[in-house]
Structures are given as structure tokens and as C-alpha cells.
Design a binder for this molecule. Structure first.
Ligand code: PBG
Length: 325
């Protein structure tokens, strides 16, 4: 059927028709809010490149978590900033480390909110890389044990799910085994499976104080030019026991999200990263874009590409907007 017999505009004529044939939905159920926690009391430190996002001390984190829950957002992703860094990331798996303390407090005070622990070492390493440095490279196999220890420490502190973001080979299997051997076989793993070495992480590194002191992450994170390799990475994580697979960043990699959705039947998450957030905030501040419309369109597009879950710094704002509409 072609024009003039078929006229696609017939079903676009008013909002009621549009609503009936809308193919993609976005709801607060799909959102995960990333948060940053630091030592101290009464701390609510703004991140200059991410307006509206803060580093919170645990007391402030609890207040914020209550607000997140009241907006009906199901989950947060937690990043910790330690007071001391070293060359074996001790703060990441210390039972008294910042993230472990924060998780205990959250599970005690706001138990209904799902707390996901980002499992990575970069925030805790003096050199800012995601693993043990040997020579001038990150040693994959030496790092695995520390990642497993970190995931286990988070599970012991009450994490509802762990999310390895380091991109070491074999880490999902290592973490799965450590969790299972210690009675945490019910804790799911959301693997950052296709995580690219992206310049869109810039603002995050200010927020998490995790920029590498030398070199870059191209030796472990994926080359932005690669598409087929993403499928191999996801396949490995699925075989190693991932429960949710993630693509990161989101908007510049919608093709990857779409393909991963087609190839696998596990839930797919997409991380709408700090740089994607900062760009919208900056343009809106200049008056160049309508922030609310652009943020909702961005999240909807990530869903349309095939993501079930979206990690986004816009989660609170989007939840408020969805409530109002
Ligand atoms: C830690 C980690 C990073 C992000 C999530 N976990 C930074 C990085 O890999 O350098 C980025 C998140 C964002 O930009 O919002 N490895």
C-alpha cells in the first residue's frame, strides 16, 4: 500500500491515536540512578561538570536515597570515593571501606531500594587504573582476585546486585564463583559487557576522582570502532554467568544496544553516561536545547534501541517529569 491509499499521517492526527500506536514505553521502573559516596558528615559536594549531581557523605546519601525511593525509582548504582588510595585498591574490599559502610546504612535505613555496587578498582588505586599495574600494563589475572574480593565485600555489606565495570577478561566467572562459594548464589551480576574506552566518561572521573594518572584505558576497555567484538564480549559474559548485560555509553552506541537486544535474551541495560548528561545540561544552560524534552527523548531512544534498563543521572528528573505527565 502506498500513497495516496496509505497515509501514515492518519494515525498521527491527535494524541489519542498517537498514544494507541506508540511502540515504545518509558517508565520509572526502567531507571537506575548512579550515586557517589564519600567519607565525612553533612557533605553534599556538587560536581561542576555534572550540574545536579553530588558526592554525598553517608548521612546525606540516606536522605537522597529516601527521595529516590519516594520517586519510585527502583534502584541506585553506588560508586565509592575512599579517603586513601594505594596500589592494591585496599579501600575497594575493606569491610569498613566507604562503599561497604554506605551499603550497610542504606540496607538498614532504606531497605526497599535496590543497591547495586559498581565493582571496579580505579577509584581506589593511587594510579587510577582499573587493576593491578605490572610494568606499565594492567595485569588481568592478578586483578581478578581483587575484583572477586570487592564483589564479595559488597555482597556481605548488603549489596542487592554487583556490577563489574573493569573490563578484565574472566571477571564475571571469578565473581560468580566467589559469590556462590560464600552463600551469595542469589546475588545477580549485571556485567558492563560492552564497555567502550569513551571520552564521554570525562565528567564521571571528576565525580569519582578516578582519572588514570598515566596512559588511558584503551588496553582494557573496547575500541569505539568495534561492533562485532561487542557481541563476543557479551557472549563471554553470558557464558560466565552474567544475569544482566550492559552496553556503555548509550546514545553513541545505540547500534550496539540494538544488536545485543536481538542476539541475547537476557535483560539489557544501557549506561547513559556522565558526558551524555553533561552535554544536555550545558546546551540547556545556554538556552540552546529544551532540557526536559531532550532528556526524555534521549531516554526513550535508548529504550527504542532495545534497553530494558537505563542507568542515568537524569533518573530523578525523569521520574518527576513522568509523574507530572
Ligand atoms: C569505573 C567506571 C567508569 C564509569 C562507570 N564505572 C569510568 C571509567 O571507566 O573510566 C563511567 C560512568 C560515567 O561516565 O557516567 N571503571
Amino acid at each position: 500500500m502506498i500513497f495516496p491509499d496509505y497515509r501514515p499521517r492518519r494515525l498521527r492526527r491527535n494524541e489519542s491515536f498517537r498514544r494507541m500506536i506508540r511502540e515504545t514505553s518509558l517508565s520509572v521502573d526502567h531507571l537506575i540512578y548512579p550515586m557517589f559516596v564519600v567519607f565525612g558528615k553533612g557533605v553534599r559536594r556538587p560536581i561542576s561538570s555534572m550540574p545536579g549531581i553530588f558526592q554525598f557523605s553517608i548521612d546525606e546519601l540516606i536522605k537522597e536515597a529516601r527521595e529516590v525511593l519516594s520517586l519510585h525509582i527502583p534502584a541506585i548504582m553506588l560508586f565509592g570515593i575512599p579517603d586513601k588510595k594505594d596500589d592494591k585498591a585496599s579501600g575497594a574490599y575493606d569491610p569498613n571501606g566507604i562503599i561497604q559502610r554506605a551499603m550497610k546504612a542504606l540496607k538498614e535505613k532504606v531497605p526497599e531500594l535496590i543497591v547495586i555496587g559498581d565493582v571496579c578498582l580505579c577509584e581506589y588505586m593511587s594510579h587510577g587504573h582499573c587493576g593491578i599495574i605490572q610494568g606499565n600494563e594492567v595485569d588481568n589475572d592478578a586483578t581478578l582476585e581483587l575484583l572477586a574480593r570487592t564483589a564479595l565485600a559488597q555482597a556481605k555489606a548488603g549489596a542487592d546486585m554487583v556490577a563489574p565495570s573493569d573490563m578484565m577478561d574472566g571477571r564475571v566467572a571469578e565473581i560468580r564463583q566467589a559469590l556462590d562459594e560464600n552463600g551469595f548464589e542469589q546475588i545477580p551480576i549485571m556485567a558492563y559487557s560492552a564497555k567502550y574506552a569513551s571520552a564521554f566518561y570525562g565528567p564521571f572521573r571528576e565525580a569519582a576522582e578516578s582519572a588514570p594518572k598515566f596512559g588511558d584505558r584503551k588496553g582494557y576497555q573496547m575500541d569505539p570502532a568495534n561492533f562485532r567484538e561487542a557481541i563476543r564480549e557479551v557472549t563471554l559474559d553470558v557464558e560466565e554467568g552474567a544475569d544482566i548485560i550492559m552496553v556503555k555509553p548509550a546514545l553513541p552506541y545505540l547500534d550496539v544496544i540494538c544488536r545485543v537486544r536481538e542476539e541475547f535474551d537476557l535483560p539489557v541495560a544501557a549506561y547513559h553516561v556522565s558526558g551524555e548528561y553533561a552535554m544536555i545540561k550545558a546546551a540547556a544552560k545556554q538556552g540552546w536545547l529544551d532540557e526536559k524534552k531532550v532528556l526524555m527523548e534521549s531516554l526513550l531512544s535508548i529504550r527504542r534501541a532495545g534497553a530494558d534498563l537505563i542507568l542515568t543521572y537524569f533518573a530523578k528528573q525523569a521520574a518527576v517529569l513522568m509523574k507530572a505527565s
